[in-house]
Structures are given as C-alpha cells and as structure tokens.
Ligand binder design. Structure first.
Ligand code: PLP
Length: 366
C-alpha cells in the first residue's frame, strides 16, 4: 500500500467530516426553499458559515462559499481586473493565471529564503496607485510563511487592498483577517481534511463583483445551489484541524530533513518561518521526475511542485524565484498529512536515503 505524504496537494478526508457530510447528503431541501426541509438545509449552511466566520475573524456576511481555493482567489481578483496588481513571484497558479487578465501585473521578488521582499513591495507601492496586492500566507511547495503583517501595514498606508491566499495556511497555523491585517482570504476545505469541492472567500468588502451569477445565492455574490455536504464537511474538518497543534509533525519533518541532508539534499527555505509539515528537498543533479518515480515505486506518494501542474515537466517557479536555477528542476515536496504515523516517516527516510545514494551526485542525471 502506498504511504501518502502529499498533504499539500490534498489532505486525507477526516472521518468526522465524512460523518457530517453523510448526514447533510440526506437533507433533501434546497437552502433557498421556504418550507421546513429547505430551512433545515439552510440551518446546516449557516452553522458552517458561522464556524468559518469565527475561525477566520469575520462576520457571517463576510463568508462567501465557493468551489475551492481556485475560485475563491479568482473571485477576489475579479473586482480589480481593470486595475494595477502586484503579487509575490512564488504565488500559486490560482493567482498567477487570473492575474494575467489584469491591466498591469507586477511579480514581486522573494528573498533566497522564499519570503516576499518587503523593499520590492515598498518600491511598487511608491511607484503609482496600487489597487490590489496578492501574497500567499504559506507557500505550497516550501511551506514558507510570508511576513503578512508587515505587508499589510505597507498596503494599508498606501491604500491598497491586500488579498491573502491562505489555502495552505488555514487550519495549520493561526490565520484571521485581523491577526494578518488582510482585507480578504481564500481558503479550501480539502487542504485541511475536508472534502474536495468547497472553499470560501472571507472578505471585508461591502460589495463583491460576482464571477458566477444566478439565483442570488450567497447574497448575490456567488450564484448556484451550494454543495451542502461539502460545505458542512469543510466546517467539521476545520474544527478538528484547529484543535491540533502540529508539534508531532514538526518533529518528524525535522527528522526527514536531517536524514535528507545526510545524503546530500538541501532544504529550500529552511531558515525561514514555515509550516511544520512541509519540506522542499533539493537533490542536485537528479531530475524531480526521476525522484518521484523512484519513490513511487518504493511506495511513497510525494510530489514535485504544485499537483495541479501534473503532466508538465517538474520545474518549480517557486524555487526558481528563490534563485535555485537549474536545481529548481531537482526538488520534491514532502508534506505530512494530519494522520501520518511514525512508521510512515521512518519508511520514507529509508526509501529517500536509498534513492539518493543510488541516483545522487550533483550533475549526474540533470
Ligand atoms: N492556492 C494554493 C496556495 C494552493 O496550494 C492551491 C492548491 O494546491 C490552491 C490555491 C487551489 O486550491 P483548490 O485546489 O481548492 O482550487
């Protein structure tokens, strides 16, 4: 059986979320209907909204349910599409791709450790009227946490809107609109053990320009009957994720990194504040694809960069922006799920060591 160490692509579903989903799936009513069945469904929807509102520090009105992180980010960007935008160079494609439609886009440099270069942001804000700044809370490939509070202070004094893609941070490290100083946040249920297919935009905006128009759901901000089981499951998963402190994962993550270094690997962003369950391991000279195949054959599911780009050659724009050059094609990501066990970690270390000793040696198999 494969050992799953690819939590940043998708966390395994939490049984508590599944139980809630199964109950919600048998509610026949549409939350927009007036009758008792409709109102029962409405209560489940509004309870889930309240869980998210409390978790992320907003009013219930500030929660807009979406199909996931990609849609939440796209919705945040949509209102600013004719305006000037800056984003971190290491953003996920869920920001980089819709950003291309904007009138003017600037990619802000990151430091060699992968955190946004504050001076680059300052220069951008000084250079004209900025409407929107997008920076992720935690990077999906390295786990590096950007200095969002500092970024928020600069944006506030320049009058720019700060949108934070919190898809990888939510449920893993404390993120609220207030503690970050953000104006909006995107989150995604399947990244903290909920089902795929539900996410949310948490926003301070009084009006939102909808991407999907329809029957006036979500107060006219996102049309379509909401996927009640997925939303209820997301809220249940969030509750459980927030009750965990991740300290055990951090210990095991450190053990993996120490073992990887012993066989010549580098850890991208190692000295930056970062998520406790993510490692970007660079094995110079060994193509990421080759590493993935070797580990897959040994029974370990990890990834190279973003899962969404499967099929593409595994060259990481994140590591490239951090200055890794050709080694940006030689990195794999290990991300420990909520239910990882010590034997999984020990087994992975043995498999990685064997793979690195067999294939390693800078420059041999670039
Ligand atoms: N933002 C980040 C940082 C991500 O890692 C991902 C998914 O990997 C997304 C956005 C997209 O989220 P979803 O898969 O829910 O659309």
């Amino acid at each position: 059986m494969t050992v799953y160490l690819d939590a940043n692509a998708s966390e395994p579903l939490r049984p508590a979320a599944f139980e809630v989903m199964a109950r919600a799936a048998f509610l026949s009513g549409n939350p927009s209907s007036i009758h008792a069945e409709g109102q029962a469904a409405r209560r489940v929807l509004e309870d889930a909204r309240q869980v998210l509102a409390e978790a992320f520090g907003t009013e219930a009105d500030g929660v807009i349910f979406t199909s996931g992180g990609t849609e939440a980010n796209a919705l945040a960007l949509h209102a600013f599409r004719r305006q000037r935008l800056a984003m971190g160079a290491t953003e996920h494609d869920a920001i980089r791709t819709p950003a291309r439609r904007h009138a003017q886009v600037t990619a802000l440099d990151v430091t060699p450790e992968g955190a946004l270069d504050i001076d680059a942001l300052g220069a951008f804000l000084d250079s004209g009227d900025a409407a929107l700044v997008c920076v992720m809370a935690a990077n999906n490939e390295t786990g590096v946490l950007h200095p969002i509070r500092e970024i928020a202070a600069l944006c506030r004094s320049a009058g720019a809107w700060l949108h934070v893609d919190a898809v990888q941070a939510a449920g893993r490290v404390p993120v609220t609109l207030d503690t970050l100083g953000a104006d909006s946040l995107a989150i995604s249920g399947h990244k903290f053990g909920g089902p795929k297919g539900a996410g949310a935009l948490l926003t301070r905006a009084a009006t939102v320009d909808p991407l999907i128009q329809g029957g006036g759901q979500e107060r006219g901000r996102r049309g379509g009957t909401p996927p009640l089981p997925a939303i209820a499951g997301m809220a249940a998963a969030l509750r459980e994720a927030l009750a965990e402190d991740g300290s055990q994962q951090r210990v095991w993550r450190d053990r993996i990194e120490a073992a990887a270094r012993e066989v010549g690997a580098r850890v991208a962003g190692a000295d930056a504040p970062r998520l406790g369950q993510t490692s970007a391991l660079v094995l110079d000279g060994v193509a990421a694809q080759t590493q993935l195949i070797a580990l897959d054959l040994a029974g370990y599911a990890v990834s190279a960069g973003a899962a969404c780009s499967s099929g593409k050659v595994a060259f990481s724009h994140v590591l490239d922006a951090m200055g890794y050059g050709v080694a940006a094609g030689h990195a794999i990501r290990v991300s420990l799920p909520w239910n990882v066990e010590e034997s999984d970690v020990e087994g992975f270390i043995a498999a990685y060591r064997a793979m690195a000793l067999r294939l390693g040696g800078a420059g041999r198999r670039a």
